[in-house]
Each structure stands twice: as C-alpha cells, then as structure tokens.
Design a protein around this ligand. Structure first.
Ligand SMILES: Cc1cc2nc3c(=O)[nH]c(=O)nc-3n(C[C@H](O)[C@H](O)[C@H](O)COP(=O)(O)O)c2cc1C
Length: 320
C-alpha cells in the first residue's frame, strides 16, 4: 500500500487527532458504512495509515443476499441504493473478514444491523471480544429492507435496543446511526442517548424513488431506495445542526456527521453545524482517496485560520 503522491501527509497532525468518547482517531475523517466493503476492497487505493477511521458494511446475524438487481441507480446529484444489507453474516464475518480488519492501521467501526433486538445484542457481544473492533455502529436506520427502519422510527424501541446492546459491551464504543426518515430526529437522538449511546452518527439515506419514463417502471427492483450524495447534504447538515443544538451539545456526546460530503469545505460545514468527525460515503465511488484529501485540507484550513485544533470548529455556526 503506497500513499498517493499528490496528497500531502496530514495523518499525524496533532491538531487533527480526535477523541470521540474515548474512541481515538488520528484524524476526524472516516469512511461511511456500506461504501467501502470490509476493508480489502480499497486496500490498494486508500492508504489506511492516513485514514481517521473505517466503517464496515452492515453485518447481520445471518448471511443476506440482499435485494434483486437493479440495486443502484445514479440520480441527479446523488445515488439511490437498495442493496438490502447484502452481507456475509456474523459467522463468516468473524472467520473471513476479521483477519484483514485486525491488520488495518486505522480505527475500525463495525456496523451492525438486525431484525430483532436479540440480533443486535448477539452480534455486538461477539464483536466486543475482538480488540480490532474499536466501535460498534448500530444501523437502526436502513430504509432498504422490510423492517430496516423499525428500530430507528420508534423512540421507545430504539432506546431499548441501544440499552440492551450497551449492556453487553465491555470494551467497544457504541455508536448509534440515526435515520433522517422521521419527523424530528432530535427525539431519536434523545432516545439513543437515554439508551446509552456514546457517539451519534447521522445521517443514513433518505427514502427515494426513481421512475423510468419510458417503461413507467421503478428503476430499482426494490421500487424505493436510499438517497445519498450531494443531493442530501443540506438536509444532512440540518439534521446535524438540530441534533447538536437540542441534544448532543448539552449531553457532551460527539456526532459523526455524514451525507453528501465530497470536499474539505463540505466537511467544515458539518463541523460548524456540530459534528466532531465526518464520514464520506458516496464520494468514495468517484475517488476513494477523498477522505485523505479532506484530512489534508482540514490541516491547511486550521493553519490558514490560525486554529489550534479541529475541535475549535465544532458547533461554531454563528447564528447571530
Ligand atoms: C451503496 C451504499 C450502501 C450503503 N450501505 C449501508 C449499510 O450497509 N449500513 C449503513 O448503516 N449505511 C449504509 N449506507 C449509508 C451510508 O453509510 C451513509 O449514511 C449515506 O450514504 C450518506 O452519506 P453519503 O452521502 O456520503 O453517501 C450505504 C450507502 C450507500 C450509497
């Protein structure tokens, strides 16, 4: 794995070192779940020694083939996906994917999804035994499976699943990933914190639809999919702002912000809205090194603005 020559080394800049409730990252730029596989997929192109953190594809208890194709469609300023949580399942994950993860020189967050509360608890307990898993990110917000949004759109259920998962974690940090497909995301942020979430990540994708005007059919076999990419950036920023202002700031709980981030200025907007770290998803499909370029750009920004540390930006949106 050799670093791309055009990216200045910013990885070990102390001004970028980020501590999210004890989860230490060398810089605050991660990959978003489902857009980088389990690690080997980008090993030749994305230098993990310079990445803040890597988030795996969702892992479920049983192996899942996912939805029928067509599962991805490009739309204006975004991507509509209905992958349907295709993944190898817990047993194969531990056997086939964990060995590579154990060699990754970056913090690894394993994203977990389930049908029942017991699924989340069982997977989290199994992952907690492996020190290479720095954090568990609960995906309670997938819009592309029949019951994917169940936990993420019922605050009482969300609090219950978070609390049950937290109880079995002895070591790994607990991140809860929130859905924007609700009336007020702050209610769900509150429920996640009441359940014991240590970090919040937001947002997952928005439910969307694309129709072929010639055939009169939906472009995705699943009919609907999750919208990601630049199209959702203002919506994602609003959600981060809302959660920070109403819940996270007072609780002192860090936010990993995501949704349409493609550049350093995009990332800075998320920090100002209240994020302590950011994740890049869809943009990896254009250029897998974007997280490293953003990290380097953040270092330059701190220098240009004479700021001592990236955390000096968090929540600094000037409202008056
Ligand atoms: C192809 C694709 C697959 C995804 N799979 C997952 C997943 O397995 N689990 C999850 O929590 N989020 C998943 N997401 C959502 C992303 O992690 C992220 O929350 C969302 O795409 C917004 O960020 P972006 O606009 O930078 O992509 C997926 C997104 C895409 C585009």
């Amino acid at each position: 794995m050799s670093p791309a020559p055009d990216i200045p080394p910013a990885a070990d800049d102390p001004r970028l070192v980020t501590n999210l409730a004890g989860l230490r990252l060398r810089n605050p730029v991660l990959t978003a779940s489902g857009t980088g596989g389990y690690g080997p997929e980008y090993a030749g192109v994305l230098d993990y020694r310079r990445l803040g953190g890597f988030t795996t594809k969702s892992v479920t208890r049983e192996e899942r083939p996912g939805n029928e194709p067509q599962r991805l469609v490009e739309v204006r300023a975004g991507l509509l996906n209905a992958i349907g949580l295709a993944n190898v399942g817990l047993t194969r994950f531990l056997r086939e994917k964990l060995p590579f993860i154990q060699t990754m020189p970056t913090a690894v967050l394993v994203n977990v999804a389930g049908h029942r509360l017991e699924d989340y608890v069982e997977i989290a307990a199994a992952l907690d035994e492996h020190p290479a898993v720095a954090a568990i990110e609960l995906n309670v917000s997938c819009p592309n499976v029949a019951d994917g949004l169940m936990f993420g759109t019922d605050p009482a259920l969300l609090q219950k699943v978070v609390a049950a998962t937290r109880r079995v974690l002895k070591r790994a940090k607990l991140v809860v990933k929130l859905s924007p497909n609700v009336t007020d995301i702050a209610v769900f942020a509150r429920a996640a914190l009441d359940g014991g979430a240590q970090i919040l990540s937001l947002i997952n994708t928005y439910v969307g639809l694309s129709i072929d005007a010639q055939t009169w059919k939906p472009r995705l076999a699943n009919v609907t999919g999750g919208l990601s990419g630049p199209a959702i950036k203002p919506l994602a920023l609003y959600n981060v702002h809302r959660v920070y202002q109403t819940v996270a700031r007072a609780a002192g709980v860090p936010i990993i912000g995501m949704g349409g981030i493609q550049s350093t200025p995009d990332a800075i907007e998320f920090f100002l809205a209240g994020a302590s770290a950011v994740a890049v998803g869809t943009a990896l499909f254009i250029d897998p090194t974007i997280p490293l370029k953003i990290a380097a750009g953040l270092a330059d920004y701190l220098t240009a603005h004479n700021l001592p540390h990236i955390s000096a930006l968090t929540g600094q949106l000037q409202l008056r």
